[in-house]
Design a binder for this molecule. Structure first.
Ligand code: GLU
Length: 484
């Protein structure tokens, strides 16, 4: 049987980084096994629906390069199936369970349910539907139940959990899981408005869509015994389960906004490369079994197996992600990066934005930044004529030193096209200028950088001078000399 998996987000918010990882693992597992990966929108809970969430989630998945195989086309990507378009189906299946005695009618009001919970709380027992004490098909009897239904009394359909039976399933990541029926709630399957709950719709769809493997977040592990009971109630074979560990903050608490970005759209806005984020996220909880940390999507498809997903939660290390993005930046073609950077430079009003020039600047400085857009700030002195103000410290160092001033003057006089054309001539001139006033040969490098760029750090000074060009170097040296 060929592998079929699904990613089944609820449109209750934007795509979380943890959900991106779940989607990715589904995608990789499907591709690795030559199977299919489908997208299913689980929008049964209409009260938590967030406008625009579906579109954003689909766009973020497409950005990351995660594609789906079935359903109508959306933005060049396949998918999704949408549960709200299938409500009649879930109702029909829910009623089948009532007919075969594995689900039942319950008529309790919310006040009655609250009172039940309070009683349980004060008795120190875990809250759970009390089938033998509440108003349902069993306590009311068939006749009264029929009468209430005919009268149109509000009711739900609940799952009849077999109480004295262990529920077992084998999870690829967590191993054997056994839960006793007494610990499982008689889950509502159809709500009083006739809408299905997540549990019913999820199981019906996984069966009808012939899903072979359910790969989802660990937070759904407690729901799985209910799902197993549902499969049994329908007489269906359950799929294989794999519950993926949580993503954690560096302090090992559950990953949350307080520690940094958690929404994929925020990572996109910051300027992460999709392949860097995918590479990083793939390693949060999956062990590739090698020291190599760099994996393209195709490498991941080739090597991904669920057996190598860890049981323990995975710490999301923001610093490492930044580092990885920087590593991807170094591998990128400067011409492509120049295209990405161009709008940023234009927006900042820079006037040296010729694509070939921009690509040369990128090739020079990209080792020192994390994001492409950082280059606009890091090398502003190359793209524009307005320099940031010198720091007070730098100003004092330049102003209060006659030797440096006079060495800079000598340098200025010797600077011409031939010096700019050759690294040795440039170094030679800087050395001679320093030595002429009794300074050490390298003493002029820092002042030169300050005068030419107004920054204390930057990339190789000779290449910087070359990219600035003779005219701009001369006018910046002149501006300094006339000022001092
Ligand atoms: N709709 C659920 C969610 O939002 C899907 C859980 C599952 O994959 O079964 O995560």
């Amino acid at each position: 049987m060929s592998v079929r998996v699904r990613f089944a987000p609820s449109p209750t918010g934007f795509l979380h980084i943890g959900s991106l990882r779940t989607a990715l693992y589904n995608y990789l597992f499907a591709r690795h096994n030559g199977g299919s990966c489908i997208l299913r929108i689980e929008d049964t809970d209409r009260t938590r629906f967030v406008e625009g969430a579906i579109e954003e989630q689909i766009a973020s998945l497409a950005w990351a390069g995660i594609t789906f195989d079935e359903g109508p086309h959306v933005g060049g990507n396949h998918g999704p199936y949408t549960q709200s378009e299938r409500f009649d189906l879930y109702r029909e299946y829910g009623m089948k369970l009532v007919e075969n005695g594995t689900a039942y009618y319950a008529f309790d009001t919310s006040e009655e349910l609250d009172a039940m919970r309070l009683r349980q709380q004060s008795a120190g027992i875990a809250p759970k539907y009390d089938r033998s004490a509440m108003r349902n098909q069993y306590t009311l009897g068939e006749e009264e139940t029929r009468r209430l239904l005919d009268e149109g009394a509000a009711h739900v359909i609940r799952l009849k959990v077999p109480l004295h039976q262990d529920v077992r399933f084998s999870d690829i990541i967590r191993g054997e899981v056994i839960v006793n029926g007494r610990e499982i709630d008689d889950q509502i399957l159809l709500k009083s408005d006739g809408f299905p709950t997540y549990h019913l719709a999820n199981v019906v769809d996984d069966h009808l869509m012939e899903i072979t493997h359910v790969i989802r977040a660990e937070e759904w592990l407690p729901s799985t015994p209910k799902h197993i009971i549902l499969y049994q109630a329908f007489g269906w074979e359950p799929p294989t389960f794999a519950h993926v560990p949580l993503l954690l903050n560096p302090d090992r608490s559950k990953m949350s906004k307080r520690h940094g970005d958690v929404m994929v759209k925020d990572f996109i806005r910051k300027g992460f490369f999709p392949d860097a984020l995918v590479n990083f996220v793939s390693l949060c909880g999956w062990n590739p079994g090698s020291d190599n940390e760099f994996y393209s999507m195709q490498d991941l498809v080739n090597s991904f197996t669920l057996e190598r997903v860890n049981k323990a939660g995975a710490v999301f290390d923001y610093q490492k992600l930044n580092w990885m993005n920087g590593e991807y930046l170094k591998q990128r073609d400067p011409q492509d990066l120049a295209r990405e950077l161009h709008p940023v430079l234009v927006e900042r009003g820079f006037n040296y934005v010729d694509p070939t020039f921009v690509a040369e600047v990128i090739a020079l400085v990209r080792e020192r930044v994390t994001f492409v857009a950082d280059i606009a700030e890091f090398a502003d002195y190359l793209f524009g004529d307005a320099l940031v103000p010198l720091s007070a410290e730098a100003q004092a160092m330049l102003d209060g030193n006659d030797k440096i001033s006079s060495a800079l003057d000598t340098f200025r006089k010797g600077l011409d096209a031939s010096v700019i054309a050759d690294a040795d001539s440039f170094k030679g001139l800087a050395q001679r200028s320093a030595e002429s006033v009794g300074l050490k040969s390298g003493a002029l490098m820092k002042p030169l950088r300050l005068v030419l760029t107004h920054r204390e750090v930057g990339a190789d000074l000779f290449r910087t001078v070359q990219l600035l060009g003779l005219e701009r170097c001369l006018s910046r040296l002149d501006a300094f000399t006339s000022h001092s």
